[in-house]
Design a protein around this ligand. Structure first.
Ligand code: ARG
Length: 459
């Protein structure tokens, strides 16, 4: 019999019963649901809303249910719709009438809101820790490759020289922002909706500050209607996770490119790549591809929830039950991707020779050549034009700026001298870029120190 059978003259249709039920996916909130109920029961007892001994009985009963769930001794039922009603029904089955008092001054609307917030509060630190572990891998790779010159690209055309270390620190900065975004999200969601009831709080003297504190929230939420209507925290987390996955996906794309024979900048460890069922020569970057692919699921979850919420009148609507699968799937996906991506990166081998070769072939020092003339007094725009002509000439003759004879340089500008070769050497081009944030060894060392400081401050 349903909890609400009093109002109804018919049994729920079985299709509706299955359709309406969320226990299949919200069972994972059992711990949070029980924690919320314990805090609520203790407060009811303390406020004299129920008898203290009843509150104690409820709390003991809930603790026993928790232990049994963890020992896999509990089977949830579809008839009890969701985790909230399943646990309440179990409690009443076990402790009798006292169990029927637990829901005093409470609704599933504030209950589900508090459960989900508690869940998210536990998972965000897990994800942050995983991102920080990835930062450690980036630091390690950067330190080992401060002198590994490679081409930097714009439009995927060779543009200016950089180093693999500088590249790693670019990603390290993105992931640093991901961490601070997650921290902001955590800070903002740290308010307890319990006590908001269905929407209009309660006529009982509920102490919302006490339950907020017992559950480890900074404070109760300020408006009961907003408390049960709000899914901003989930949307915000999904946005943070989408941005994080976007970063992982870009990085994955680079790894896929870099381990192709066209680039061969890196080799994946055999343990982190896969073969083909037909082509014996293949070694595929499946991990990077899957991370890139799974990014779509996380974006999908964000769009799901934005769309679910976009025209819901206040306060609770059943549509909101759709939040959980989207949220859980995104959290699971991110938690699955981060460690395997980090391990793949950690074990890949860098091929400095191939990077240097690519960096030497594509006029990557053309800007430096123009800068050389500018330092000798020519306005940059004129220098730029001259080097453009030089490049054009080299393309025709099959030369590069490093191999061009001095007389050919001088035929175009008499400002060129023997020192041009030193100025155009790749090492010079990188290490002269000492500007804050740039690719020179000392600049990158500073960047590494900043990321290390950031990671240590969160340890
Ligand atoms: N299973 C529901 C959900 O996830 C719990 C809240 C139900 N509230 C209600 N008024 N039907 O949203």
């Amino acid at each position: 019999m349903k909890l609400w059978a009093g109002r109804f003259q018919k049994e729920t249709n079985t299709l509706v019963n299955d359709f309406n039920s969320s226990i299949g996916f919200d069972a994972r909130l059992y711990k949070q649901d029980i924690a919320g109920s314990i805090a609520h029961a203790a407060m009811l007892g303390k406020q004299g809303i129920i008898e203290e001994h009843e509150a104690e009985k409820i709390i003991e009963g809930l603790k026993a249910i928790l232990a049994d769930i963890e020992d896999d001794k509990v089977e949830f039922s579809l008839d009890n719709e969701d985790i909230h009603m399943n646990i309440e029904a179990l409690l009443t089955q076990r402790i009798g009438d006292a169990g029927k008092r637990l829901h005093t001054g409470r609704s599933r609307n504030d209950q589900v809101a508090v459960d989900t917030r508690l869940y998210v509060k536990e998972e965000i630190p897990v994800i942050i820790k995983q991102v920080l572990d990835l930062e450690q891998v980036l630091i390690k790779k950067a330190k080992a490759n401060l002198d590994t010159v490679m081409p930097g690209y714009t439009h995927l055309q060779r543009a200016q020289p950089t180093t693999f270390a500088h590249y790693m620190m670019a990603y390290a900065n993105m992931f640093k922002r991901d961490v601070t975004r997650l921290e902001d999200c955590l800070e903002r969601l740290d308010e307890c909706p319990l006590g908001a009831g269905a929407l209009a709080a309660s006529t009982y003297p509920l102490d919302r500050f006490a339950t907020a504190q017992a559950l480890g929230f900074q404070k109760p939420t300020d408006n009961s209607m907003d408390s049960v209507s709000d899914r901003d925290y989930a949307i915000e987390l999904l946005s943070c996770l989408s941005i994080l996955m976007m970063h992982l996906s870009r990085f994955s794309e680079e790894i896929v490119l870099w381990c192709s024979w066209e680039f061969k900048y890196v080799d994946l460890d055999d343990a982190y790549s896969t073969g083909s069922s037909i082509m014996p020569q293949k070694k595929n970057p499946d991990v990077a591809e899957l991370v890139r692919g799974k990014t779509g699921r996380v974006y999908g979850s964000l769009v799901t929830l934005l769309t679910v919420m976009k025209s819901l009148p206040l306060a609770y609507n059943k549509d909101m039950q759709e939040d959980k699968e989207a949220l859980f799937d995104a959290i699971d996906t991110v938690e699955l991707c981060l460690p395997v991506f980090g391990a793949m990166l950690d074990t890949l081998t860098v091929r400095p020779k191939n990077m240097a070769k690519a960096a030497s072939g594509g006029f990557i020092n053309a800007t430096d050549c123009a800068d050389y003339l500018t330092k000798k007094g020519l306005p940059f725009r004129e220098a730029y034009m001259i080097v453009g002509r030089l490049v054009n000439m080299c393309i025709k003759t099959g030369d590069t700026l490093d191999t061009l004879a001095l007389k050919d340089f001088r035929a175009i500008s008499s400002l060129f001298d023997e020192d041009v070769y030193e100025a155009l050497a790749l090492k010079t081009c990188v290490n002269e870029r000492k500007v804050y944030g740039g690719p020179s060894k000392e600049s990158v060392e500073k960047q590494i120190a900043l990321i290390e400081e950031f990671v240590n401050s969160r340890a």
